[in-house]
Design a protein around this ligand. Structure first.
Ligand code: LIP
Length: 270
């Protein structure tokens, strides 16, 4: 039995403060110049010293503020905590390749889960300072404005964001999928950071988003923002959104996009 967790608004306040400090660090380190510190799954799956330093900062701050909480981060993995029921999920710099190249589309993503349910999340573009927040049942917000997703109902008029993995064989499969999809929708946008793509979908700056291969930290905060803005967020055939496939679409578009992606085997391939 876990001890009673704080209210989602309290967890969100912590997440926002921690994310702001982390974004400041990431931005400062970018200005000082970053380079590839290591590669992960492939030679294009890079990690910079900033990824590691920012996640270390987030974890150290959370350990001081919430010592009994569990954590899961892209660079340092899982920490069990001491039974508080709260788990923090962090992507220190989502859009790492954009960050490396100085493209202003990368974010700190931090979410809080209580007993397995996502309850609070923040995504902060570390260049523009745009900040998306959400609490479960409390709506999605950007810089104080309540967000509502697109009301598009026609797949042929839908602007779809997506992304590709780092493995060449997977990318080849994903390219085949998007090549088939692109004539059937308004257009595609590949911007390079899942958490931001989900937040743009939350406010209708794209109509929908899908991607295969997301990790928990890519999806945690942006997925909550998207859902709280009215998007249906899920996977194929009733499965939850996850590494096989994430689809985030307005309710009227979810089924048509889902069926098109299923027919194209979007969750398949390597
Ligand atoms: C990125 C994702 C993005 C995907 C990129 C990359 P990272 O995460 O946010 O959606 O298309 O290939 O995986 O690696 O920058 O944290």
């Amino acid at each position: 039995m876990t001890r009673s967790a704080p209210a989602s608004t309290e967890l969100l306040a912590i997440a926002v403060d921690v994310a702001r400090e982390a974004a400041d660090t990431a931005y400062r380190m970018r200005a000082e110049g970053v380079s590839v510190a290591a590669t992960k799954t492939t030679v294009t799956d890079v990690v910079t010293a900033a990824d590691r330093a920012v996640e270390r900062q987030v974890l150290d701050t959370l350990a001081k503020l919430r010592p009994d909480d569990a954590v899961l981060g892209e660079e340092y993995g899982a920490g069990e905590g001491a039974g508080s029921g709260v788990r923090w999920i962090v992507d220190p710099i989502d859009g790492t390749v954009n960050y490396l190249y100085g493209i202003p589309y990368c974010a700190v993503s931090l979410a809080a889960e209580v007993d397995g349910d996502m309850v609070a999340g923040v995504v902060r573009n570390l260049y523009t300072g745009e900040e998306w927040t959400a609490t479960a049942g409390g709506g999605a917000w950007r810089d104080g404005r309540r967000l509502r997703c697109s009301t598009e109902t026609d797949l042929g008029q839908t602007l779809v964001a997506t992304g590709f993995g780092y493995d060449a064989a997977r990318r080849a499969h994903q390219a085949r999928v998007v090549a088939e999809l692109i004539p059937q929708v308004r257009d595609i946008r590949r911007q390079g950071a899942a958490s931001l793509d989900l937040c743009l979908a939350a406010e209708g700056r794209v109509d929908a988003y899908y991607e295969k291969g997301l990790a928990a930290w890519d999806l945690a905060a942006g997925g909550l923002v998207a859902a709280e803005a009215g998007l249906r967020v899920g996977g194929l055939e009733g499965r939850p959104a996850g590494p096989d496939l994430v689809i985030a679409a307005p309710p009227a578009l979810f089924a048509p996009l889902h069926d098109r992606l299923a027919a194209l085997d979007a969750s398949g391939g390597p």
